[in-house]
Design a protein around this ligand. Structure first.
Ligand code: PA5
Length: 446
């Protein structure tokens, strides 16, 4: 079960200036029929992620089983939406330190930082590694560059068997990698044509690494199916996705909250927060609208960020993530010095909870709106729910803002300058534009 406590965003708790009234929230109810009509119309196009909970998993489970039996290392080569979902599932469900305890060990090559590349290489054995190249477009520079380096290594290290070490996950028709996979007879998976990168974690994109690392993906999708039902409720106050969307929309457009902090008091959800950051930023940051998502981890960031959240500019709304029941806990027992007696008999989880409660209350006192999402336990089911709720909250918010949450023209702009710089055919104009924009520079060299 997932609980969404929004008491601390309400004006009756934190005051009129920064708080939101229940009437404010309910006033959006009249927009729901039109928004739902739009969502249903676009369900098989932009809102394609809504179909993911109902997939057939037969083939991917078979390939995943084969990987578990035959490989010791699983490396995803992909970036952004093609990487973060994989990392989120692994860390939140398999727990911290998976690679120290289990096989196949899991790595992601997203960046083209050669030192990171080298550190991954040092931890794997090419002869025991399967590489899953994930890219919707089939052309993202970082992904194809990392892939080409690995391909060459495989050819010289494992010889003619190199194809056995590759899996390609890409568009069903378009792009260089689709052609490559088909021509070379490499095992491949489709990323559905209408499914955007950051909404793809519950598709083939995220599922293969999940299955290979032993995650029960049937249960994951079952959780997302339950969230699908819950998020089909037309009443804002009964639908977590709508409630998250409406609260953040009001906070952003009427209360000056241009920053949405997500602060997790479970480190296993750290990468989930990274995933959320991409989803919220890339989907809603358009036409001068949107909120800047900021990541924080409790209690660590109490000693880094909280001063600013409480006493700095009043431009933030905070979402706390809490896990009710953790797999292990440790009690403070035995001899405890008198000054620390107040901690005797307490467990680390009790202290963590108290730290969160203390921070929340300080935020209430400073009139900083905050929500708490409590997850009973981190399981495939609850993570499936959480992911779907946030995907729907994001798609729904896009319609509230009146922008398209499913494109990323500004990201494409940056990618195109890179193509120009790297000398890709048909991007000569981008190189010229780059030179023009970078004509003058002011540099201090010391
Ligand atoms: O959400 C998105 O569409 C992006 O973040 C992409 O996932 C990212 O740019 C990688 O693109 P691709 O999967 O085409 O390599």
């Amino acid at each position: 079960m997932i609980k969404l406590d929004y008491s601390n965003v309400l004006s009756e708790r934190i005051g009129e200036e920064h708080g939101i009234s229940l009437e404010d929230i309910e006033s959006f109810q009249e927009q729901i029929p039109k928004i739902e009509e739009e969502i249903n119309l676009r369900r098989d196009t932009d809102f394609y992620f809504m179909n993911m909970p109902f997939q057939n998993l037969e083939r991917i489970k078979e390939v995943g089983k084969n990987i578990r039996e035959n490989f010791e290392y699983f490396v995803v080569i992909g970036i952004g939406g093609s990487a973060l979902g994989n990392q989120t599932l692994n860390e939140s469900i398999n727990g911290l330190g998976y690679n120290y305890k289990k096989y196949p060990k899991f790595f992601v090559l997203d960046n083209v930082d050669p030192e990171k590349f080298s550190s991954v290489l040092e931890q794997i054995d090419l002869k025991k590694t399967v590489f899953n190249i994930i890219t919707k477009s089939g052309s993202t520079t970082e992904t194809v560059a990392n892939f080409l380096v690995i391909l060459n290594m495989l050819k010289s290290y494992v010889g003619e068997d190199w194809k056995k070490y590759l899996i390609i996950t890409t568009d069903p028709q378009r792009g260089f990698l689709r052609k490559f996979a088909d021509q070379e007879g490499i095992i491949s998976f489709d990323i559905p044509k209408n499914l955007g990168g950051r909404f793809s974690v519950l598709s083939n994109v995220g599922l293969l690494s999940a299955i290979s690392s032993g995650i029960d993906v049937e249960e994951l999708l079952e959780g997302s199916r339950y969230a699908y039902t819950v998020c089909s409720n037309s009443k804002i106050l009964e639908n977590p996705a709508y409630l998250i969307g409406v609260i953040h929309y009001i906070a952003s457009t009427k209360k000056g909250k241009s920053i949405s902090v997500m602060m997790s008091y479970s480190e296993r959800l750290s990468l989930f927060v990274d995933w959320y950051r991409q989803l919220w930023a890339e989907s809603l940051g358009k036409e001068g609208l949107g909120q800047t998502p900021v990541k924080a981890i409790g209690s660590i960031d109490q000693h880094s960020q909280i001063q600013l959240y409480i006493d700095g500019p009043k431009d933030k709304i905070v979402t706390f993530l809490k896990v009710e029941s953790m797999e292990r806990d440790f009690k403070i027992e035995g001899d405890v010095p008198a000054e620390l007696e107040y901690l005797k008999g307490k467990s680390l989880k009790q202290i963590l909870d108290a730290l969160m409660e203390g921070t929340k209350t300080a935020l209430i006192k400073a009139s900083v709106p905050n929500l708490t999402i409590s997850i009973e336990k981190l399981t495939p089911y609850s993570i499936g729910m959480l992911i779907y709720i946030y995907e729907m909250a994001t798609g729904f918010s896009g319609l509230l803002y009146g922008i398209n949450p499913f494109d990323q023209p500004a990201v494409e702009e940056g990618k195109n300058f890179v193509y120009g710089l790297m000398g890709r055919e048909e991007f000569e104009e981008k190189l010229q534009e780059y030179n023009l924009l970078n004509k003058s520079s002011s540099i201090l060299e010391v």
